[in-house]
Design a protein around this ligand. Structure first.
Ligand SMILES: C[S@@+](CC[C@H](N)C(=O)[O-])C[C@H]1O[C@@H](n2cnc3c(N)ncnc32)[C@H](O)[C@@H]1O
Length: 251
């Protein structure tokens, strides 16, 4: 996969890239540009905290984490709490809380997940045809989704105002009294709950709030992208598509 990407990239830039040492080549992204942020001590500490949440598993997605840390840092200019829909072991949110020194902020971080994996009935026929349901089942069977909520609570115990909430989006959302929201991370790998989360939170997002969509430009996740584009467009917004596969909206 990487070799094919490197070959294609070499052809594109007109320079044969033979040595990937020092180049960023991870997580479906190969670039000749500098991944300088990887040397930053605060970035390294945040990334390490994410790996700790995942019990030592490093998914190798530093540029995605860099984007998430930037979005979360930018969101601090907006008033309100932070929300993640789709937490799993808590990699991304732990990295964010570490980077932002969460206990100094006085905001809440709502961490919402079924903690039993995706809701299999939420996949549309098109997603089923695109193998999203089969992949979700496979991941569930392989233990790819954390189902031990006590493990998740223990991970977040060091941070004040980290609210681990178990429940399915969208149903669980109505039972929580949200105030203004400054940061929303949506990462549920399924179009229906993702679109409904964006719609639910839209009017709660403060001016300048950041919305980060984890799977926006991922191949195979087209249903999510189409659903999010339609929801954003209906609200006069446009989603920035990133080469990491993520999408960003600044409210
Ligand atoms: C890709 S994982 C999230 C990864 C996480 N953001 C991280 O930083 O590692 C997707 C998560 O979404 C959750 N999920 C899927 N559908 C959901 C729904 N309708 N409501 C709540 N959680 C859901 C799954 O249980 C799973 O833990």
């Amino acid at each position: 996969m990487i070799k094919t990407l490197v070959k294609a990239l070499s052809a594109k830039v007109g320079v044969e890239i033979v040595n990937l040492r020092g180049r960023y080549a991870q997580d479906g992204l190969v670039t000749v540009h500098s991944g300088h942020f990887r040397e930053d001590a605060a970035f390294r500490a945040a990334y390490r905290r994410g790996v700790q949440a995942s019990r030592g598993v490093d998914p190798g997605f530093e540029w995605r984490v860099h984007i998430a840390l930037w979005a979360a840092r930018t969101a601090l200019r907006a008033a309100g709490d932070f929300v993640e829909c789709g937490v799993n072991a808590g990699f991304m949110s732990s990295a964010i809380m570490e980077k932002l020194q969460w206990n100094t902020l006085g905001r809440r971080f709502y961490l919402i997940d079924t903690f039993s994996g995706p809701v299999l009935t939420q996949f549309s026929p098109e997603e089923v045809a695109r193998q999203r349901l089969a992949i979700a089942r496979q991941e569930l069977g392989a233990g790819g989704y954390v189902t031990d909520i006590e493990r998740v609570r223990a991970n977040f115990a060091e941070w004040r105002s980290a609210a681990v909430v178990q429940g399915a989006v969208p149903e669980i959302l109505a039972s929580i009294e949200f105030g203004a929201v400054a940061f929303l991370h949506i990462d549920m790998n399924c179009a229906l709950p993702e679109r409904m989360a964006l719609e639910f939170f839209w009017d709660r997002l403060s001016p300048g709030a950041a919305v980060l969509l984890d799977d926006y430009a991922y191949y195979g996740h087209e249903c999510q992208r189409e659903a999010m584009d339609a929801a954003a467009r209906a609200r006069g917004a446009e989603i920035l598509s990133l080469p990491t596969g993520q999408g960003v909206i600044i409210r």
